[in-house]
Design a protein around this ligand. Structure first.
Ligand code: NAI
Ligand code: 15L
Length: 262
């Protein structure tokens, strides 16, 4: 790619991917509402609110691919979710439509399906069961991506990320963990494919305890290498939650207990 845009680049995942994805493009354009620090070599920094349509058009212009990590990433009052995740998604897709349909990777979330019981194996064609307004906003994002594909041919991979962090930090993450390496590998595969359509992909490592079925994307050739099982002993030493604990009862873990924040 000539220019890859990473939104949410000042956030937890954005900071990691800003470094790791350097080889994917001549220029990485990093964007966030928060300060981004100085532009590194082969970088451009664009500070911008996703809810500002004109600013988003300028941010997207000239980009051949977009990794969309920006937005509210946990349960928050609706007004915050509305700006970052609903209006922000619409602005991003309108800008992509105006600027040549750069392929988009949308950071969706397991909280689109959080109310499924942990014992159930899931495929992406099953109905959503969001566990909060945040999860609902990610369902909106996936639906928006689908509509722009059907109407305009806009390609998007909606990656329902489990728990993407350096290492799993609780019992639930033995199934939901996505390592940074496996996420970076997935991003590479998505941008390298000649055509991707508009799939929903489970963003999860090769965890023995995973309940998410990615067999529909075997054509992508993504083979996650990490397995949270490596961490089982040290996690279990901290204590094993009982079956009634939301952490292990629901796919979305404790998000199911979040109130509607005002
Ligand atoms: P984060 O909260 O650390 O980063 C999100 C970034 O988006 C922040 O830097 C924030 O300033 C920016 N942002 C928020 N509202 C904005 C707005 N209106 N305009 C522009 N930028 C705005 O979240 P994290 O963990 O880095 O996650 C990145 C993405 O991946 C998020 O979309 C999140 O929903 C999704 N995700 C992450 C998971 C994880 O395990 N880290 C799991 C599932 C989904
Ligand atoms: C998410 O969607 C959140 O963005 C992240 O902070 C984690 O809490 C993750 O899900 C998870 O379910 O572990």
């Amino acid at each position: 790619m000539k220019r890859l845009l990473i939104t949410g680049a000042a956030g937890g995942l954005g900071k990691v991917m800003r470094e790791r994805l350097r080889p994917l493009a001549e220029i990485i354009r990093v964007s966030d509402i928060a300060p981004l620090g100085d532009a590194g070599e082969h970088e451009e920094c664009v500070q911008c609110d996703l809810a500002d349509g004109d600013a988003v058009h300028q941010m997207v212009e000239g980009c051949d691919g977009i990794l969309h990590l920006g937005g509210i990433s946990v349960e928050r009052p609706f007004e915050q979710i509305l700006g970052g995740n609903i209006i922000g998604m619409y602005n991003l897709y309108e800008a992509a439509r105006a600027h040549g349909h750069p392929r988009i990777i949308f950071a969706s979330s397991n909280h689109t399906i959080g109310f499924y019981p942990k014992t159930q194996r899931l495929t992406p064609d099953m109905p959503t069961r969001p566990d909060g307004l945040y999860g609902v906003s990610k369902c909106f994002g996936e639906a928006l991506a689908r509509m722009y594909f059907e109407k305009f041919g806009q390609e998007t991979a909606s990656v329902r990320i489990g728990s993407c962090m350096a290492a799993p930090s609780n019992y639930r993450m033995l199934s939901t963990w996505l390592s940074y390496d496996d996420f970076a590998l997935l991003i590479e595969r998505i941008f390298a494919a000649p055509f991707i359509d508009c799939p929903i992909i489970w963003g999860v490592s090769a965890n023995d305890a995973s309940t998410w079925d990615n067999s529909h994307i075997s054509w992508l050739g993504w083979q996650p290498r990490d397995n949270a099982e490596t961490y089982r002993r040290e996690i279990e030493e901290k204590g094993v939650p009982d079956g009634g604990d939301a952490l292990v009862r629901y796919q979305g873990g404790v998000f199911v207990n979040d109130p509607i924040y005002k």
